[in-house]
Design a protein around this ligand. Structure first.
Ligand SMILES: Cc1ncc(COP(=O)(O)O)c(C=O)c1O
Length: 477
């Protein structure tokens, strides 16, 4: 590997005027090199110049180049190869950490990205800051003021004015959804959910006693705005749980006009809109960009937004948040202690370290998701020309239509091939979606190729076996 290299002189020419007066030198240098790798002007597997040579050529200190290389390495754009120095790479294109491989199985039942490389550095810096917090904080049910301010700032930057008082830090988005369900629903209340939907949200709403009112979402056409409006107006639900950006599992995004119509209908009916933006930042190449959902509301709809770092930074960091009116936040904080006594301080400090890096983290996530999505579409297209594989432009997964109602059988057969994968009905109510299977786009290329191989063997094995009638019956919604 890496018999191709770029000299300090050639790299300096490619870099052009790389210094940015608004950023420290190492970061400007890392940003510029990252762009060159992303747009292919430094091809993957190219060996970069030795730090000393580049420092001399650029007329900067060696520590600047060392720090820039370290940042690139932490974000997956450089790999240190013994005997070959620092080699350029696109994040996600190496097998990487085998997060999909658990207890002998390739686990595609979760759609999650591996941890960002920078997480250990962030956690170490957080531990160094911890002593300052030992006297003032212990059971923290609302979140550290600095973290709430930093989260509010991200909303402001995205076009949604937000005060830190409107933010509550939680143990991930799932905790937030459970808490909202528990505090806003009584037994028998109607709650609108998308169909298919994120299964743990469905479980949380149902366990709070809600009667679920499904509205369809498809990978091809997303939401039917008129139907959604009609359902809100006619069922007057207490709550509606929606994922407007890169909906899990279909990957669909809600158009602006539909967002407005939803806000108006919800305002008319007094429905609380729970907007799950956990996957909002996983944009690969969506043609349109949207502000946070709540920025679209101009009629005073009751909106509670849920966010998380689980899908961008790492699922092992159990940290999310709720954005809502101050009164709602107070109510949620008051109700919290029945289930838990607060968010760990160390976890919060780690996220505080990570948030300033979000632009570059998201850039590397985009490259990872894009590489896997493209390869997956290619593989599925070659092997299963009769499956409908929608082209997703972001999110966690693709929602594949198998053409026949055998998803549960396929998932069972895949397990025999060492692959765990969630069948369609896991995302529906009462056995719906037997024709569909969710395939994550979040794993590395080697794992993804292996999963598709396992799926191919499983598919052949069920084609040989007859489809039982029960599978056909299970399709009824
Ligand atoms: C749409 C959606 N919301 C919430 C969650 C839960 O996120 P967290 O890890 O922050 O609890 C997930 C995780 O898969 C998800 O896909």
């Amino acid at each position: 590997m890496a018999d191709v290299h770029i000299t300090a002189r050639a790299l300096s020419a490619l870099l052009g005027p790389w210094r940015n007066d608004d950023a420290v030198a190492y970061r400007s240098l890392a940003d510029r090199v990252r762009l060159l790798i992303l747009d292919g002007r430094i091809p993957a597997d190219t060996r970069l110049p030795a730090e000393r040579d580049l420092a001399e050529r650029l007329n900067v200190s060696r520590t600047t180049v060392t720090a820039a290389y370290r940042e690139l390495r932490d974000n997956g754009f450089l790999e240190s190869v013994r005997g070959s120095g620092s080699v350029a790479q696109l994040p996600g294109t190496r097998p990487g950490p085998d997060i999909a491989r658990r207890s002998g199985y390739l686990d595609f039942s979760k759609a999650a990205l591996p941890a960002i490389g920078a997480i250990t550095g962030a956690a170490t810096r957080a531990a160094e800051r911890l002593p300052r917090y030992l006297d003032d904080f212990d059971y923290d049910t609302i979140g550290l003021p600095e973290l709430r301010a930093a989260i509010a700032d991200r909303y402001i930057e995205a076009g949604l004015p937000t005060s830190p008082d409107e933010i509550m830090v939680t143990l991930g988005a799932q905790h937030a959804i459970g808490l909202i369900a528990r505090t806003h629903l009584s037994r028998g209340d109607r709650a609108v959910i998308e169909h298919p939907t994120y299964p743990h949200a469905h479980d949380a709403l149902r366990s709070a006693g809600a009667r679920l009112v499904p509205i369809p979402v498809t990978a091809e056409n997303g939401w039917d705005a008129a139907d959604l409006e009609y359902t809100l107006d006619n069922s007057s639900p207490t709550l509606a749980y929606l994922m407007p950006d890169f909906h899990n599992p279909t990957g669909a995004s809600m158009p602006l006009d539909t967002r407005r119509r939803v806000c108006r209908a919800a305002a008319r009916q007094g429905t609380v809109l729970v907007i799950d933006e956990t996957t909002r930042d996983l944009d690969i190449d969506r043609p349109e960009s949207f502000p946070p959902f709540a920025a679209t509301d101009d009629v005073g709809a009751k909106i509670i937004t849920v966010g998380s770092v689980g899908k961008t930074v790492w699922g092992g960091i159990r940290l999310g948040w709720i954005r809502a009116d101050r009164g709602v936040i107070r109510k949620l904080v008051a109700a919290r202690s029945i289930g838990d006594l607060g968010t760990p301080i160390l976890e919060q400090l780690t996220v505080l370290e990570v948030l300033p890096e979000m632009p570059s983290i998201l850039e590397s996530r985009r490259a990872q998701l894009r590489a896997t999505r493209d390869r997956l579409e290619e593989l599925l297209g070659e092997r299963y020309p009769y499956w409908e594989v929608p082209h997703v432009n972001g999110g966690l997964s693709t929602w594949v239509n198998l053409g026949v109602p055998v998803s549960s059988q396929l998932a069972l057969a895949a397990r025999n091939q060492g692959l765990l994968i969630a069948s369609g009905p896991r995302f529906g109510i009462d056995g719906a979606f037997e024709r569909f299977i969710r395939i994550p786009i979040t794993y590395g290329l080697a794992d993804t190729e292996q999963a598709i191989d396992a799926l191919a063997v499983a598919w052949q094995s069920i084609l040989r076996a007859p489809v039982p009638d029960s599978a056909l019956l299970a399709e009824v919604v």
